[in-house]
Design a protein around this ligand. Structure first.
Ligand code: CP3
Length: 353
């Protein structure tokens, strides 16, 4: 195995000393980059990018060519998993992801089962191909959706403002939702372990919609299933720990509980003060975040000031991976993203002396 040339990201996740605060950006490969749009046009579609290891490798590396980022993230989507379960994923132009066969009746739900992992072989091939292309430059992050976030799309059949079908099931037929979540948790565990086998050096669970649940429901329907996954993951590869990051958007009120499920790092959106968050989780976990992605619409000077504010709020020492609090907007200016990466590297050095 090639030696890692820059392992700052992995060290920060384990709260080991670093020289500066590492940074990567959620959705760092995406439509805000003209080179991404050009590759996507050649591939014909978004899924064309995901299913071709060559294209997936090309777009994964694009942001790293532009910015001195400290990690790469597999180019794929969380919805490849329900697609492999037979729900029929498609992207309607301008409408986001949709499923041909959403889970709406009991028969379909009872028939849901853990899919054969070879249906996702294209993802594992992409991971191996990206690792080879990175040649040890920075670590590669693998990822999956959380069982609950996947269930939201599987039940609603696409994006939703109110999750009315999910909530109807949660409150009137909770056992059906628990069945879906149990299948998802087992599938995600196998899927992430296969990504680790293929070369992923850290993994992140995206719980984008857990924050839409009530206080009690979050623990029962989202957190408990992420805990199951974390307990089932391989935590070492090539003699090195494979850190796990758990990110619940709008999960700021549950930080202590999230920090207790066994992950190495908790992701924060931009609504929580990272200094207070650090005090709440103590030494248990590292923290990732938490720059408002839409602050990239401000001037480079404002971006720098905001980055400095977050670094100061976290304070001295390791255990912080700088990131956006959610995915970068397709309307973001790549020059502004560059200003953020450079500012984080420069301004963070005094916090590691
Ligand atoms: O971070 C990265 O660079 C890795 C790639 C990545 C994508 N999706 C690529 C993508 C990751 C980690 C995801 C995760 C994902 N996908 C999540 C969880 C994180 C989050 O953002 O909340 C969710 C909920 C999805 C589902 C999904 N996929 C939606 C809602 C959409 C449409 C959103 C939009 O911006 O239009 C997608 C499509 C998608 N996934 C795109 C990209 C780059 C845009 C596709 C295109 O090129 O048109």
């Amino acid at each position: 195995m090639t030696q890692l040339k820059n392992d700052t990201f992995l060290r920060a996740l384990l709260k080991e000393p670093v020289e500066y605060t590492p940074i990567w950006m959620m959705r760092q490969a995406g439509r805000y980059l003209p080179e991404y749009r050009a590759t996507r046009a050649r591939a014909g579609s978004f899924m064309g990018l995901c299913t071709s290891p060559d294209y997936a490798t090309e777009v994964t590396l694009q942001p790293l060519e532009r910015f001195p980022l400290d990690a790469a993230i597999l180019f794929s989507d969380i919805l490849t998993v329900p697609d492999a379960m037979g729900l029929g994923l498609y992207f309607a132009e301008g409408e986001g992801p949709k499923f041909e066969r959403p889970l709406r009746d009991e028969t379909a739900i009872r028939a849901l089962s853990v899919p054969a992992l070879d249906k996702l072989q294209y993802v594992f091939d992409a991971v191996s191909s990206i690792r080879k292309a990175l040649d040890g430059r920075v670590p590669l992050i693998g990822f999956s959706g959380s069982p609950f976030t996947l269930a939201c799309y599987m039940i609603e059949g696409g994006g939703s403002d109110d999750f009315r079908n999910v909530k109807a099931m949660l409150y009137s037929r909770p056992e059906l939702l628990h069945h879906i979540l149990a299948v998802n948790a087992q599938t995600v565990t196998d899927y992430l372990n296969a990504q680790i086998d293929a070369g992923a050096q850290a993994v992140q669970i995206f719980d984008t919609w857990g924050g839409a649940l009530s206080h009690a429901a979050y623990k029962e329907f989202s957190l408990a299933y992420m805990q199951r996954i974390v307990a089932g993951l391989k935590r070492e590869a090539d003699g090195r720990r494979v850190p796990v990051i758990v990110f619940t958007k709008n999960g700021g009120q549950w930080l202590e509980e999230i920090a207790a499920i066994g992950a190495d790092c908790v992701g924060l959106d931009w609504t929580t003060d990272i200094g207070l968050a650090r005090a709440r989780v103590g030494d248990k976990v590292a923290l990732q975040g938490n720059f408002d992605p839409n602050a990239l619409f401000g001037s480079p000077a404002a971006i720098e000031a905001e980055a400095g504010r977050i670094l100061t709020a976290y304070g001295q020492g390791s255990g912080h991976v700088f990131n956006l609090g959610h995915g970068i907007s397709q309307h973001a200016d790549p020059e502004h993203a560059a200003a953020l990466v450079v500012a984080v590297h420069r301004l963070s050095r005094p916090f590691h002396q």
